[in-house]
Design a protein. Structure first.
Length: 218
């Protein structure tokens, strides 16, 4: 059984590897806001447990066992977020910190019951895939709104970098998963967009926001 700290390292490595491919000790240190010697010490420990492939001055890589263990932590996190939103009425911007605590409960039966009560969801409230019971993640390749063209009609399916502040911002704009968006125009200078959706006939959104919205073509 891995400790809470070990699980947090595995989860961070898993998420960073999805975003950046290879992960350096320096990148992991910055992400976790932990000093590099401490991170290096933990990588050696996880390497001894066959969870991470670690060699000095080389990128870090989760082993197959490490990816499975990380996936199971993420599964518990995302199931909890979905339960809090779907069954308890929390907003999608309120659930991350609670799920951070609950994800470290070591009781498969608890999370299997949660999964059953939810009807075996495939995605969390932010559109991220929920790993299966073996820790395997079925990735869906969405497009960033920022990669779309003027005139495109798309559906908002997921968000990246789902900080509480960003989700609160989307709430104020009434942008939620499933929202159908039409791109009216794109500013050549900075990539910002004018979009329409629902009762919002002409809404201006920055390039930064567009990069964090993942969409499917309608």
């Amino acid at each position: 059984m891995n400790s809470l700290t070990e699980e947090n390292y595995l989860k961070a490595l898993f998420n960073l590897s999805q975003e950046n491919g290879e992960v350096s000790v320096n990148e992991l240190s910055k992400h976790l806001q932990i000093k590099m010697p401490t991170v290096t010490s933990m990588m050696k420990k996880l390497s001894d447990k066959k969870l991470v492939n670690y060699e000095s001055y080389k990128p870090l890589k989760l082993t197959e066992k490490g990816r499975r263990e990380a996936g199971l932590v993420i599964r518990k996190h995302r199931l909890t977020e979905m339960f809090l939103v779907d069954k308890m009425g929390f907003g999608w911007e309120q659930v991350h910190e609670i799920a951070e605590q609950i994800e470290h409960i070591h009781s498969p039966e608890f999370f299997e019951k949660m999964d059953e009560l939810l009807g075996y969801p495939k995605f969390d409230p932010h559109g991220s895939p929920i790993p299966d019971k073996t820790g395997k993640v079925e990735w869906i390749h969405y497009s960033k709104l920022s990669d779309c063209k003027a005139g495109d009609a798309v559906k908002l399916s997921a968000v990246t970098h789902s900080s509480d502040e960003f989700l609160k911002f989307l709430n104020t704009r009434e942008l939620k998963l499933g929202t159908k968006i039409r791109i009216k125009s794109i500013e050549a200078f900075d990539g910002s967009m004018t979009i329409s959706y629902g009762k919002h006939l002409s809404e201006h959104v920055s390039c930064l926001v567009c990069e964090r919205l993942l969409v499917e073509k309608e």
